[in-house]
Design a protein around this ligand. Sequence first.
Ligand SMILES: Nc1ncnc2c1ncn2[C@@H]1O[C@H](COP(=O)(O)OP(=O)(O)OP(=O)(O)O)[C@@H](O)[C@H]1O
Ligand SMILES: [Mg+2]
Length: 261
Amino acid sequence: MIIDIQHVTWKREALTLLHDVSWRVNKGEHWALLGLNGSGKTTLLNMITGYLWPTEGSISVLGHEYGSVDLRELRKSIGWVSSSLQEKLYASDRTQYVVISGKHATIGLYNKLAGEDLEEARHWMQTLGCEHLWDREYRTCSQGEKQKLLIARALMANPQLLILDEPCNGLDLFSRERLLDSISELTARPDTPSLIYVTHHTEEILPVFQHSLLLRRGEVFRRGFTADLMTSDVLSDFFEAPVEIDRHGERIYVRAAASKG
Ligand SMILES: Nc1ncnc2c1ncn2[C@@H]1O[C@H](COP(=O)(O)OP(=O)(O)OP(=O)(O)O)[C@@H](O)[C@H]1O
Ligand SMILES: [Mg+2]
């Protein structure tokens, strides 16, 4: 079991920001986490990575129950890529060192380079299709290129769980497709970690994300097979507004239904 969340509630003063959330992710599964702004996605991820503590309920990640495990150790097995991380890294660092810093989850590189570090960084940059950025200053890379570097950086630690929190934010149409292709290739590898892909956009949910969790106002609206959930009925219910879906290949595009009359 990769994630086992049971009846988790998180209260902040008078507000209940997560309510009775239960969610299991088994080894080998990749999940999409879908919800509108403010639905609680990042809050839930903060619980999974141990930065927030549930008010009620239990969480175990990678077989360790929170409360009885050294979180700093456990976090080494969890990769987390988000746009807030992008801003924290040092602008003048060379790309390969940004990638290598993921091995120790540090901002900047403080540990002595091990012999295989450069080779591993090259391997992950190749996997993400960004090897051509080698030895560039991080600040000179585009948003999409930075996202690829950050995923490569997270993979340096050989995580068993990799969380991608809206990785396509700020990417143009083509950069987005390139990043999605790289993610797809990553999941084809035998040593792939379990992925959690957080998004507002159904069309970013690649076929490899066979499971989805729909979060609304801090509650699980539905969870299960993506194919069962990506229908106009379920999504209209979920968004509380009529939507229609267009299927293009294996991708689902949602648009507001034309109003009648
Ligand atoms: N520490 C906090 N104190 C009070 N409210 C909070 C706190 N952290 C988050 N919230 C609120 O909880 C709700 C869920 O926030 P969260 O960041 O988890 O949403 P999200 O689903 O990640 O949204 P987005 O898609 O915009 O990133 C929001 O209404 C937010 O304002
Ligand atoms: Mg968020």
